[in-house]
Design a protein. Structure first.
Length: 419
């Protein structure tokens, strides 16, 4: 009986899978502070749905006005984005809104706390000195002068006409001030064409319109654009950082190991393309004299980007390599440019285990999409980090969310490509 009482208590204390709703989006932040949000996915009752179509009536649930997203760069909060409008273009939804950086929010919170502290303090009492004797300065009222004695036989006099009370002079009417063209005027409904012309001629003012007509796209704004994952979840866990800090010598060691794995992938792809080309041109084939395949040279890497994450808080780094590569120039060949994304896990013994590889080239983007790492983000709210990628092909681009389990990557969400 004692065991029967303990077991239900233990099972009741366990937390089930996240229920949601938990929305994941991609924030595009321009250098001038303007931002927009691309909805990616919504987790509800343990299932992932396309956020651009979930409960769209007609605006999707992820872009309802007033929804707040927290931008998280590798698990660290960068600020808040509040949705104020939505726009549909090319069969995809984009959210418009206001952006507040983490530094601005911290400054506002500090100012509010300082103001509250100042208001809670009692007002200082006036400082009173020793009593001082002062002479009263009350003026004595003058007694009225005695009236002159009345005559013994007064002559009848006509009653004097009552003098009217003096009327205060009214001030002159104020002259109308000249109309200020830049003065804001409250009006109902949409502004007239004349008002629009005046507004366009005056200084630019940010005006929030209908929920379906946001401001111009951020991509049209000059300057670089930052891509930051954003989460909206009223009951989600507190974010934690997913970055794994390496010493310079450790980073160089891991970089050398993962580039060795990448070189194998590039050579295998080059061999595959050469074999397909040889099959398509049988007359150009020449028999091998030795009967053995010649080993391809080392590829030349460029734009190498190595990211290290601690996704499960286990102190075992997960490495994500994105790079471009070319084979050295060979006679009578035209090797394409290869684009590779490789994921590996470094165990406690210093051994690197390849978990995932995606390789394509600039001549086969119609069949093999390119995989671009966005960042690590907690997509399902369980405290562990997942990898957010963008797939780009000739058919368009889509987002993919992968979970690292052991030496494999498991897809949690696969978006639909859109232009």
């Amino acid at each position: 009986m004692l065991l029967a009482q303990i077991v239900p208590a233990q099972s009741a204390g366990r937390k089930g899978p996240p229920k949601g709703p938990r929305a994941l989006g991609l924030l595009e932040l321009a250098s001038n502070g303007k931002a927009r949000l691309i909805p990616i996915t919504i987790l509800y009752d343990g299932q992932f749905y396309d956020a651009s179509a979930y409960k769209a009536a007609p605006v999707p649930m992820a872009l309802e006005s007033g929804t707040v997203y927290e931008a998280l760069r590798t698990g660290v909060s960068e600020g808040l984005f509040t949705v104020s409008g939505a726009l549909q273009a090319n069969n995809s939804w984009i959210g418009d809104g206001t952006w507040q950086s983490a530094s601005a929010l911290a400054a506002a919170a500090a100012a509010a706390a300082k103001k509250k502290e100042a208001q809670s303090k009692p007002a200082p009492e006036p400082v009173e000195g020793p009593p001082v004797l002062r002479r009263a300065s009350v003026q004595k009222a003058k007694s009225p002068e005695p009236a002159p004695p009345a005559p013994s036989n007064p002559a009848p006099t006509a009653p004097a006409p009552a003098t009217p009370a003096p009327v205060a002079a009214s001030p002159p009417p104020a002259l109308p001030e000249p109309e200020d063209p830049d003065r804001p005027v409250l009006k109902r409904g949409a502004p007239s064409p004349v008002a629009r012309k005046k507004q366009s001629a005056s200084a630019p003012v940010s005006v929030k319109g209908d929920v379906h007509t946001p401001s111009p796209a951020v991509s049209a704004v000059s300057g670089s654009i930052q891509l930051i994952p954003a989460i909206s979840d009223a009951k989600g866990p507190d974010p934690r950082p997913y970055a794994y800090n390496l010493k310079p010598e450790e980073e160089q060691k891991l970089r050398k190991k993962i580039l060795t794995l990448a070189a194998n992938e590039v050579r295998a792809r080059a061999t595959q393309l050469a074999a397909a080309s040889a099959l398509s041109q049988p007359a150009a084939r020449t028999p091998s004299k030795s009967g053995t395949k010649a080993k391809l040279p080392e590829p030349l890497f460029e734009d190498v980007q190595l990211h290290t994450f601690d996704l499960s808080n286990s102190n075992e780094p997960v490495l994500v390599l994105t790079t471009k590569a070319r084979m050295p120039a060979r006679p009578n060949t035209s090797d394409p440019q290869y684009m590779l994304t490789l994921v590996a896990r470094d165990d406690m013994y210093g051994e690197l285990h390849q978990a995932f590889s995606s390789i394509t080239d600039n001549q086969h983007l119609d069949a093999l999409p390119r995989l671009e790492l966005i960042d690590a983000v907690d997509a399902d709210g369980d405290g562990r980090g997942e990898l957010l990628f963008r797939q780009t092909s000739d058919a368009g681009s889509a987002f993919v969310v992968y979970r690292v389990i052991g030496d494999r990557l498991w897809p949690l969400f696969q978006g639909t490509p859109s232009q």
